[in-house]
Design a protein around this ligand. Sequence first.
Ligand code: ZN
Ligand code: FE
Length: 250
Amino acid sequence: MEVTALPALGDNYIFMLCGDAPDRAAAVDPGDARPVLRWLEKSGRRLESILITHHHPDHTAGIPRLRELFPGTGVCGGAGDRGRIPGQARFLSEGDAVPVCGAAAGVLEVPGHTRGHIAYFFDDGRGGGDLFSGDTVFGGTIGNLFEGTPDDMFASLQKIRALPGATRIWCAHEYTLQFVREAARVDPDNERLGRRLAALEGAADRPTVPLALAEECATNPFFRWDAPGLCERLGTAPGIETFRRLCAVT
Ligand code: ZN
Ligand code: FE
């Protein structure tokens, strides 16, 4: 799967996916139709499907215009978002497989930011893959808990942490520098986090997606609910207690 990240709406990313078929593409979370249309025109591809992670307008507002111009386009989203995504035709649940441009995405239910939030995972079969996680995970942090609880988000992050080690995370906003800075305040003894922050500060303005799952596991406090140093600093037991405390203090 070839992925192109299109900057949109200030700090969003829309992702364009191309498989083996030379004439088709899919769009993930098109909050704005314009960058997608420009990309399609340049690449000479037609839009085959739209994958939506959750119902927020900065992820869905481009759908009506795209469906007007590509009426055959199928819109996929979570079953829990029924009635909240324009044009939705597929209502997906945990474990469903979605055909996308000759490949297949597996669906993970990842509630927390919203209750119907899903993620799409393309397993490369070689110890890695591409995860489109919307507003679940960002560099150094997680998405705001608008509709879910810390416990919901904890279960979602456990699924993501269990994905193959070389997974790339295509998150839907460029927030990395700001939140890795914040992470370094929460977990100041983490040397690898310190190195990550220094590297980011030396390369501000550069896109940081895709994130590497392995790097998030080593430096994002929300993936480190069982790291002894962090638990000790917070004074919490490894697991949900540490995760809840992280949600409360950041
Ligand atoms: Zn959102
Ligand atoms: Fe968003």
